[in-house]
Design a protein around this ligand. Structure first.
Ligand code: FAD
Length: 401
């Protein structure tokens, strides 16, 4: 009897309350499945950095009932994919978003502070579902059930375990052995600039990408226009720290962009101490679900941020996972297999194309760069990337029948 009850509503444990883990809890709650979230941090907070919320992510936030709050806190982009030449800001291509996004995909594109997005998704998770200060150190097996051991020694059993514990996932390591990541040769600098100190070019509701030899730099406003988010990619040298809390100096950041358009140097100077994140490369996994344990978000498919899709893919995973578990709560292992089968080819493709993007953005000046710039002038990324933005988990044949 007890077993039947347990199986009809499985006990679900999620490791990690980042955007992916919170979204999973929110979609599970919406599907009538309770869960417990274990987060290592003593409080829920995110680093000072921005995110692009593309139409595929906005669609899922709408479904969680939190898009209105996003609209209040974020910036709705008028212009996206505005590529500019590194030296003088010549516009190579630009995409008008306001009318076309809505027309093509039924949703807009937004830019948001990560902390705002975290709070927005958190609001869709019931109070009491999240336990803070709980660092999982081991995935174990207790009889036929998976179990989690925490750093205080406590062991918690569940029917389903979801590893949403990010790039350094403990759950992934237990499932796959996690081969060491490969040095990519690139790192990201990031900074937030108070809007009043940013050049006017960077205060527009535009996502602008400056591309040049071995480097590119992206900026867009966030926090209802109060801040400008700046993220730049440069050679890493011998730097290999993959952490949101690691920092660089303004001088190091400026040195990477010496000779670039003076408005960019002004923006970098106005940003204060920059963060620095080494981009480490991890090959796509061939499977994520092992019996009643699975992975989600960066734990499953960490990707370079060149398509700005990591958090969006975590949201998609969360929506699909909840649908699969709700459809077959009596067979969680089968539901997790189905989840993986529905998701893995899409996220693998995004991992692969995100990796390829760095080469194109970083060409040295010369014939290849000129050919690229000519191709950009004719390109329409909003349409070309339609397969990314039109995705709707609820409309996939698996669920719409
Ligand atoms: C420079 C940069 C720019 C980016 N820009 C974009 C963008 O514009 N758009 C976009 O969609 N994506 C972007 N991304 C990607 C995006 O940040 C990630 O894909 C997204 O945050 C993944 O969410 P997650 O919940 O899977 O992982 P995380 O956000 O890493 O969350 C994991 C959570 O698990 C917790 N945790 C970890 N280990 C344990 C443990 N052992 N026990 C308990 N808790 C644990 C962590 O504390 C954390 O809260 C960018 C990434 C980078 C590096």
């Amino acid at each position: 009897m007890e077993m039947t009850q347990r199986r009809s509503t499985p006990e679900i444990a999620i490791v990690g309350a980042g955007i992916g883990g919170l979204a999973a809890a929110a979609f599970l709650h919406r599907a009538g499945l309770p869960c417990r979230l274990y987060e290592q941090a003593p409080e829920l907070k995110e680093v000072g950095a921005g995110l692009v919320v593309a139409p595929n992510a906005a669609r899922l936030l709408r479904r969680l009932g939190v898009l209105g709050e996003l609209e209040r806190r974020a910036v709705r982009l008028d212009v996206g994919w505005e590529f500019r030449r590194w030296q003088d800001g010549t516009v190579l291509s630009a995409e008008e978003l306001t009318a076309s996004c809505e027309r093509l995909y039924g949703e807009q594109t937004y830019t948001v502070h990560r902390a705002d997005l975290l709070e927005i998704v958190r609001a869709a998770v019931p109070d009491g579902a999240i336990q803070l200060g709980r660092r999982c150190v081991e995935l174990m097996q207790r009889g036929d059930r998976p179990a989690l051991r925490f750093d205080d020694g406590e062991v918690v059993e569940a029917d389903v375990v979801i590893g949403a514990d990010g790039v350094h996932s403990v759950v992934r390591r237990a499932l796959t052995g996690s081969p060491a990541p490969v040095y990519s040769g690139m790192c990201a600098f990031r900074a937030l600039v108070p809007a009043e100190r940013a050049p006017s070019l960077a205060r527009r509701n535009a996502q602008t990408l400056w591309i040049g030899p071995d480097h590119h730099l992206v900026h867009y406003p966030i926090c209802a226009g109060k801040l400008v988010n700046l993220v730049a990619f440069a050679p890493a040298g011998d730097y290999s720290v993959e952490s949101w809390s690691a920092t660089a100096t303004v001088e190091e950041f400026l040195a990477e962009f010496e000779g670039w358009d003076p408005r960019l140097l002004e923006l970098i100077r106005a940003g204060g101490v920059p963060g620095r994140w080494a981009l480490l490369d991890r090959a796509p996994l061939s499977r994520w679900s092992h019996g009643p344990v699975t992975l989600l978000g960066d734990a499953a498919h960490p990707m370079f941020p060149f398509f700005a899709q990591g958090a969006a893919q975590a949201l998609e995973d969360a929506a699909v996972l909840a649908r699969c578990l709700a459809a077959d709560a009596t067979d969680p292992s089968g539901a997790l297999q189905r989840y993986e089968a529905l998701r893995i080819s899409r996220t693998t493709k995004l991992q692969q194309i995100s990796r390829g993007r760095s080469h194109i953005n970083h060409l040295p000046d010369g014939p290849d760069q000129q050919a690229r710039d000519a191709a950009f002038a004719d390109s329409d990324p909003l349409v070309a990337n339609g397969w990314i933005y039109e995705y709707d988990p609820d409309a996939t044949p698996a669920f719409s029948g």
